[in-house]
Design a binder for this molecule. Structure first.
Ligand SMILES: [Zn+2]
Length: 257
């Protein structure tokens, strides 16, 4: 398994780590600052600095899968390949990597910070739009959130709502609740498409707003990486609203030009 340093500190940009596995799924470390694709948020990119000073470019990060296709506790770092059809394992072995090597994992911070700004904004949208979410995709360049609803949404009103919450500089706090507490409060789950990060008996939560009950903006289970304060989001706007289906409205977010 890989220790998930990004869950404890989303602002940590690098760590030293030991290679624990090499396969067609990528390179596994005993701990990492790289977030793997999940919960709608794209996997991280960056570099691994090898002991001899060389850099191995990493283009994506994924959760490992076992032979049955179920996710494991391993996090796989995917190297940039000279040719997309090339073998991942051959590329890692040709780079001279072996189990037990100590490397420095350094995340592409500019890219990750854009993902964090967008991810926190999608939670602000959950405050502004009370309907359930049935789709989510967060990339470095745009994010989209699909709401299960038939009423129209107003692009400018949502952009103004986001700007107001950003200007109010609400703090974020990472917390956790037990599986039993979550089962007793199903309304905390705002997404029909993303399962809460269960597994250990505790579910990680993201709270936006101060500690007082009247200061809360949003609270939901989430395994993703977030900014520490909504002021850090800056100029994120709604670029488009699409009627994806009769019962789905899609909100697309982008950075203001
Ligand atoms: Zn989230």
């Amino acid at each position: 398994m890989t220790q998930t340093l990004f869950r404890e500190d989303a602002y940590r940009t690098e760590c030293t780590a030991t290679v624990t596995a090499l396969s067609e799924q990528g390179l596994v470390l005993d701990r990492t600052v790289f977030y793997p694709l999940g919960g709608g948020q794209a996997g991280d990119a960056g570099v691994l600095l090898l002991a001899d000073g060389r850099e191995l470019a990493i283009t994506d990060t994924r959760k490992g899968k076992n032979d049955e296709g179920q996710f494991t506790e391993a996090i796989c770092h995917l190297p940039a390949l000279p040719d997309p059809a090339a073998s991942v394992l051959d590329h890692l072995l040709n780079a001279g990597l072996k189990i037990g090597d100590v490397v420095t994992a350094r995340v592409d911070w500019a890219r990750r910070h854009r993902l964090m700004r967008f991810h926190t904004t999608t939670h602000l949208l959950c405050h502004l739009v009370p309907q359930l979410v049935n789709g989510c995709s967060i990339t470095p360049d745009y994010a989209r959130l699909d709401f299960s609803m038939t009423d129209p949404l107003d692009k400018d009103a949502l952009t103004a709502g986001i700007a107001r919450l950003v200007a109010a500089a609400h703090p974020l706090a990472v917390g956790s609740i037990s599986d039993a507490e979550l089962d007793a409060n199903p309304a905390l789950v705002k997404s029909m498409s993303v399962q809460p990060p269960r597994g250990s008996g505790q579910v990680r939560t993201i709270r936006i707003g101060g500690p007082g009950p009247d200061q809360m903006i949003d609270l939901q289970p989430c395994g993703g990486t977030h900014v520490a304060n909504t002021s850090e989001i800056g100029a994120v706007v709604v670029t488009k609203i699409e009627k994806k289906s009769a019962t789905t409205r899609r909100v697309v977010l982008g950075f203001a030009a």
